[in-house]
Design a protein around this ligand. Structure first.
Ligand SMILES: *Cc1c(COP(=O)(O)O)cnc(C)c1O
Length: 416
């Protein structure tokens, strides 16, 4: 049966030829991509790195070097975000501090943020999950007032804006990712942007000392990209998604990834897909808007509120439902209808076992983040969603709410 993957970027086969030729023949393809991302963010400099999490380690190490204050070892991260974020903080030899989030907007809880004792804080990290911008201008102001740095993590928000400025362009350093479920993908990849001269020097020095990604590894990545582009198609995804070797949909805590330069062959792909970002963003936004409208009449689904002056660049549409058992029932009904709805990150960072030893007691009180972890459902909005997708999802959810989720005979495929 056809099945919609939770998230993804279609890569037309024709793009493979162009991207590969560029990557192999044009020595400046990576530099051009870096300039494009700097321009996108409004910053003056940019560097490409093997992954977003590796880029975050480089950014935090550069911050540590520039601030030159050995007491500043804490990095404030949102209590609900990608597990790679606290893993990178630890990899950089720093200590993650958790700030609660507002479950209505998924943004850092600004009241809580202002109450932090900033005396040992190096930086504040944002999240912008699912392409929904955080209160970036407010967080930037709080960081400035507190005299700490800000890392705008736009791994999922390339193409989103807040107050007329691009996500990833706030604070001192911005971060983008080209991993699989992001706004565009080259399978692996990350980027940093900054305009801060001293930070730029520190990043530049680190970047130059990174080993290159071996060509053989990039060759395998290109083959994986080809498989990805085929398997994302709903007909094939329906067949392969249960294959255990793909490890799809698992969130694991991982902290042993390599720090390497990004390979220029992958830059060909990211560059070609960046050129189509406006089109992807518009399609995803239309799908998200149609879903939001269709789900509005369903009692029991709370939509995440968009902050005033934010323009999302959705990778998925996040909504909240009453509790974990209802959520399991709804996801099951959507699964039977061929829709890859997910629970996103399974836990608030306060409850991730690998982090327990590194957190302090006061950081465990993050009820907003825990509520989101228990209640969130993300829905696909990628370009493979069919024309009447929103109405069909709404119908599937309505009948699941009505209690018919146990018998799947009456759940029709969203795609048939
Ligand atoms: C994906 C992601 C990262 C890490 O990016 P990778 O390229 O996967 O290493 C960091 N922060 C957030 C919010 C992410 O979603």
């Amino acid at each position: 049966m056809s099945y919609l993957a939770p998230a993804g970027t279609p890569i037309p086969l024709a793009l493979f030829g162009t991207a590969l030729l560029q990557g192999l023949r044009e020595p400046d393809v990576a530099d051009r991509l870096a300039s494009t991302l700097a321009r996108h963010s409004g910053h003056s400099r940019s560097w490409l790195i093997s992954t977003g999490r590796a880029a975050m380690v480089v950014a935090l190490e550069a911050m540590r070097e520039v601030v030159q204050d050995p007491r500043r070892t804490e990095v404030i991260v949102p209590g609900y975000t990608c597990y790679s974020v606290p893993a990178s903080v630890l990899r950089a030899g720093l200590k993650p501090r958790l700030c609660d989030i507002d479950p209505r907007t998924l943004s850092l809880n600004l009241d809580r943020l202002r109450q932090f004792d900033f005396s040992r804080v190096l930086a504040i990290v944002t999240a912008n999950l699912y392409g929904v911008p955080n209160a970036l201008a407010e967080i930037e102001a709080i960081a400035r007032n507190a005299g700490v740095l800000m890392l705008d993590d736009a791994a999922q928000a390339l193409g989103a804006q807040y107050a007329g400025r691009p996500a990833g362009g706030f604070g001192d350093i911005g971060l983008y990712s080209f991993d699989k479920g992001k706004n565009i993908t080259s399978m692996d990849g990350g980027a940093l942007v900054t305009s801060h001269p001293a930070l730029a020097d520190a990043i530049d020095r680190r970047h130059r000392s990174l080993a290159p990604t071996p060509a053989s590894k990039s060759g395998i990545t290109v083959i994986k990209l080809l498989a990805y582009s085929l398997l994302l198609q709903p007909r094939l995804y329906g067949i392969v998604r249960r294959a255990p070797f793909l490890g799809l949909g698992k969130t694991v805590y991982e902290d042993s990834y390599p720090l390497l330069q990004y390979h220029r062959v992958l830059a060909g792909f990211a560059g070609q897909l960046y050129a189509r970002l406006p089109e992807f963003t518009a399609t995803r936004r239309n799908n998200a808007n149609a879903l939001a409208l269709a789900l509005r009449s369903i009692r029991g689904i709370d939509q995440v509120e968009l902050l005033d002056s934010s323009v999302p660049g959705f990778t998925r549409l996040p909504v909240l439902v009453a509790d974990q058992s209802l959520r399991a029932k709804l996801i099951d009904a959507l699964d039977h209808a061929g829709v890859g709805a997910t629970t996103s990150y399974p836990k608030a960072l306060s409850d991730v076992p690998e982090l327990a030893a590194h957190l302090q007691a006061e950081d465990l009180a993050i009820p907003g983040a825990r509520q989101v972890a228990d209640r969130i459902v993300t829905l696909p909005v990628h370009p493979y969603c069919p024309p009447d997708y929103a109405l069909r999802v709404a119908r599937t959810l309505e009948s699941a709410f009505a209690g018919s989720a146990g018998t799947h005979n009456n759940t029709r495929s969203v795609l048939s």
